[in-house]
Ligand binder design. Structure first.
Ligand SMILES: CC(C)=CCC/C(C)=C/CC/C(C)=C/COP(=O)(O)OP(=O)(O)O
Ligand SMILES: [Zn+2]
Length: 452
């Protein structure tokens, strides 16, 4: 692995990427007339649209389809990101409905009586954590859920989406994510899942859904987050993954999911979430590149003070490598090797750690795409010409939150006004990037499940 990386001339690749950053800075620095462009987040409209939609699902949540736990998650999570919540009645309806989706043998189906599925299980668990409180969290049968997860485990190390279903990286992530957040992750679930995910990283650097398929943002998020949660992320080729990711932000300012495809608002999170995770892996990235770390990353922008150079770039004098520009120095005594750690605490420790790398995407440009191209009067869409929907509303808002906090050094410290496009009142709640759950709801659940 190390030899293969050396032959790729990483130094050269990073120079190309830094040039790309500079081009973005020049192209997207706002022209004077941009003052008159309205970058406001239509918060109240979005909340109204989402709350109405949730009400239409209830009180009996009787719509016939297999996606209802997803609808609950997309809507509840979006409302939480916007800093709001629904009334007690709607919360209780949601808990009761998900209770009816819970299979007697563990896991959640797409509706009452439907077979349990890993994707809807992930959606149900994330919804119940977002709702929060004793009634919601204690409605989850963790013992049965663990049995369901073990039943989904495949001999390859990966997981199947459902009994007799397909094995893919999505299944690996959803299984590992729920096990981790519910404090039931153990060696039996983890065994060989890293081998499966590593086998899905492609020659481009991103991660595919299955071995031999094409790298894609959705699966790259799933694969990377799962590898972090099982403490095996250093087995991925991280420079290769970063190299792939930085070229996925298009001239339209949004992200595409894969090479030569159109940009789409939902990748603001799938790709933006990957960027947020990578920002906390700086020590491993440096180790894999074999680069010295002698300079401090400066999270201030040109607008914060006048320490940047004439290209609008903050830099450290004497930088000898392009990567030094975006990474924290390794402190004396700090080790790149991961310390032995309890698998259930990985998600918690990950978010506590410092953010040691400057964003590897153009956050202001992505915010422009989101606010001007994805945002409708109420709700969000893939791109102009497409209709709004709850999936895009959820993942565009999640991506916008990632943008807001991408220049802060601690998970939930408030961003500087210069890092929020439009009025500062646009600011969203921060998310835990490994689970895509609003951070304070995650912390409440962490405390609840740590006790039991
Ligand atoms: C947690 C969880 C279940 C995550 C799912 C991750 C996810 C979004 C995977 C994407 C799947 C995929 C290949 C879409 C391509 O659609 P397309 O061909 O219509 O889109 P494209 O042209 O943008 O590639
Ligand atoms: Zn989309």
């Amino acid at each position: 692995m190390a030899d293969m990386r050396a032959t790729k001339s990483q130094e050269e690749q990073w120079m190309v990427q830094n040039q790309v950053f500079r081009i973005y800075d020049l192209v997207y620095r706002l022209p004077p007339h941009a003052q008159s462009v309205n970058f406001e987040l239509r918060r109240e409209n979005h909340i109204e649209y989402l709350t109405k939609s949730l009400k239409q699902l209830g009180p009996s949540f009787s719509v016939l389809d297999a996606n209802r736990p997803w609808l609950c998650y997309w809507i509840m999570h979006s409302i939480a990101l916007l800093g709001d919540c629904v009334d007690d009645e709607l919360e209780n309806d949601t808990i009761d409905f998900l209770q009816r989706c819970q299979d007697p043998n563990g896991g959640y189906g797409g509706g009452p009586g439907q077979m349990p599925h890993l994707a809807t299980t992930y959606a149900a668990i994330n919804t119940l954590i977002t709702v929060g409180g004793h009634r919601s969290l204690s409605s989850i049968n963790r013992k049965k859920l663990y049995a369901f997860l073990l039943r989904m485990k495949d001999s390859s190390g990966g997981f199947r989406m459902h009994d007799g279903g397909e094995v893919d990286v999505r299944a690996c992530y959803t299984a590992i994510s729920v096990a981790s957040v519910l404090n039931i992750l153990d060696e039996r679930l983890i065994q060989n899942v890293g081998d499966y995910i590593v086998s899905c990283q492609t020659y481009e650097g991103g991660i595919a859904g299955e071995p031999g398929s094409e790298a894609h943002g959705g699966y790259t998020f799933c694969g990377l987050a799962a590898m972090v949660l099982i403490n095996e992320v250093n087995r991925l080729d991280l420079p290769g993954l970063i190299n792939w990711l930085v070229f996925r932000q298009g001239v339209e300012c949004g992200f595409q999911g894969r090479t030569n495809k159109l940009v789409d608002g939902c990748y603001s999170f799938w790709q933006g979430g990957v960027a947020a995770i990578v920002q906390r892996l700086h020590l491993m990235v440096n180790e894999q590149l074999g680069l010295p770390n002698t300079f401090k990353y400066d999270c201030k922008t040109e607008s914060d003070d006048d320490s940047s150079n004439s290209d609008g770039e903050s830099y450290s004098e004497g930088a000898s490598s392009p990567l030094n520009d975006i990474c924290e120095p390794i402190q004396e005594g700090q080790s790149n090797a991961s310390p032995p750690t309890e698998s259930n605490n990985i998600g918690y420790n990950f978010i506590k750690g410092p953010i040691g790398m400057r964003p590897i995407f153009n956050s202001m440009a992505l915010q422009q795409y989101i606010l001007l191209c994805s945002q409708e009067e109420a709700g969000f869409r893939d791109k102009p010409g497409k209709r709004r929907d709850h999936y895009h509303t959820c993942y565009v808002l999640s991506g916008l939150s990632v943008c807001h906090y991408s220049n802060t050094k601690e998970a939930d410290s408030p961003p500087l006004p210069g890092h929020v496009m439009g009025p500062y009142s646009n600011l969203l709640e921060p998310v835990h990037p490994l689970y895509n759950i609003v951070l304070d709801r995650y912390h409440d659940a962490y405390k609840f499940f740590a006790r039991s």
